[in-house]
Write a protein that binds this ligand. Sequence first.
Ligand code: C2E
Ligand code: CA
Ligand code: CA
Length: 700
Amino acid sequence: MVSLAPAATPAHDRSDNSCEDDSLASLKDAGRSADSRRMVEKRSGLGLFAFYVVATLVPILALGVVLARTYREDLDEQGLHDAGEISSIVAEATVSPELSGDTLTNGLTAEERAGLVKSLEPILREGTALRLRLRDRVGHVVFDPERPNAAPFGPRNNEVVEALTGKDVRLRTHLNTDAADHARTAGTAAVEVYEPVRASTGSHFVGVMEIYVPYGPIARSIDQAYRSMTTLLAIGLLVLWALSGAITWSVTRKLRRSNAENRFLAKRDPLTRMANRFAIVEDVDANLRRLGVDHGMTVAILDIDGFTEINEVLGHANGDEFLRHVARIVQASAGRTGFTARIGADQFAIARATCSNPTMASVIRGIRNALLDELELDGVTLTAEFTVGFVDGDATVGASELLRRAGVACRAAKQVNAPVLSYEPSQEGFDADRLTLVAELRHAIDDGQLVLHYQPKVNAADGAVTSVEALVRWQHPTRGLLAPDVFVPAAESTELIIGLTDWVVDRACAQAAAWVALGMPLPIAVNVSARCLRDHEFADRMFATLRRHELSTDLIAIEITETAVIADPERAAATLRRLAERGMGVAIDDFGVGYTSLAHLDRLPITELKIDREFVSRMALGAGAGGDAVVRAVVSLGHGLGMTVVAEGVEDDATLSLLAEIGCDVAQGYAIARPAPAEVFEAWLHTRRAPAESAVSSPA
Ligand code: C2E
Ligand code: CA
Ligand code: CA
């Protein structure tokens, strides 16, 4: 187990900076690649739109052409129809009144001819008709104003026959193209209409008028109508196309945006808007590839302690607010060069280039400090603590695996109550081991495999034994004597710790009673875990055990850690008060490694402060080196609060005398005696009390 330590040698700094640059560059790369991704998306969006433009333009153009052509045909038809109208008027108003006979087959009378020449003259002169002939019922020309006196001429004519059967015979043609014209060169464009004519007296058709209506004016008006119509059509279709294009553009843009938003959300934790596990794996993998094998990354997982309780007690809305608060701190502390994510309900991940500056250790320290600033939710003041697992690795390991390893380290840290642990392969299968251990421990308690060892606490000034601490061991059938570190943390994570503690209290009471019977009353301290303090019945069971062994409460004390109190301050305080009211001593164990302020402890009935052995061991450096500063401070603090101050982990005589010198009340440690079974401890005690062997010695 390696705990994170700040390390910043100047040599490191240099590489840190280069690495920092790398990290920054990588971020910029990430940003750039996001930019270029957006560009590519935009381009493919534009491509799609261009395709749409072409794909819709072709049918719209085709529609335009078809409509224009149909319209043109209608116009042409209309032109012919107009020419037809003109010819009927000419036939009705000009020709018919001049004809008196039954049929034209026999030719015209001179009178008829003269009348026709006269009445048709203005029509031909003004150009209403270009040419005009009268034909008999089979098509011979019987009258032509150009040759008014000619005998009937020209071949028979089919159009005449058709016209007489009621068909509209209107042809676009040119002058001089009729057989009757004897191959004169083709003249002006015209509409040739065959119009049946009646005589002024009869109701039946006597022949057919062949009339050439000039096509020029008709064509001009057709062209004009066609032009304005096609212009309108083109504008209309263009507007339609532009409109549908605009609608499509806006719809595709909205779709693209919602697509992008969906993609964004798929990689975000909706509560904190932080990246989620997928996103950080992707980002870290990209960064690892970029860093290559020379530079790796450190991946840490932060698991908030006791979050379930916050949720249960303060409600989910406050739980969410609390998580957002943590998220803000994690993001701010990780800085611009770090990758952060929320990867579980109360788990956050941070990844940074291993050699980046500040180090991951100081980032985590920053987060820890920021989270100690109290957050008030619903009138309840909260400070958050968390457990960290971390691991270093490069591209060969990959982001997924790094996260998994950090998770393994984090779980291992939780199980051994360490605030921070780095990953080690031995932690793999830790859970499985732990489960087996917990299962075995259940039987071990009933089967009598647990034993208590006792370690004395002595007056630092005169060496007199003031009390003992009971420390549990497990005489495992196959693994030998197990230290509590191996199985107590596992037991603490389950209800099993309650049974274990009950067993320890019972055995300690029995031992204390036995020593009373031997005439040497010695208070015994037992270690009590957080779960026991939360248990409403714990105090009652303790009192019952004391009664069963007819022991007074001052002969049993308890040792608790700061974290045990913090897990549930209210209930812990209630249990402690009940015990203290009856005169039971309460010691704060491992003082100094936790994160609570003394202010919290002030409100609790603490009688003893046990300075953690980490600080005590530093005293060996000597007073001059400042190794005793913390111990001195804690001693005066504890005294100020009316507590007995105990130094644990005293491993040498120099430390022992220094402790006496600075006024520490009690000492405990290998320098005095190692924890040992009751009979070994008793033997040690006897030799120690014998006047000849007043020197300090160890039983183990
Ligand atoms: P602790 O309460 O801090 O117990 C003191 C530990 O320090 C003991 O380890 C003891 O053997 C060790 N120790 C004593 N003097 C010295 C010294 O001079 N130098 C060094 N390096 N170590 C010294 P142990 O017995 O392995 O216990 C470890 C921890 O297990 C205890 O720490 C306590 O937290 C837990 N524990 C032990 N017994 C019980 C128990 O009955 N119930 C509970 N809940 N926890 C227990
Ligand atoms: Ca202890
Ligand atoms: Ca301790």
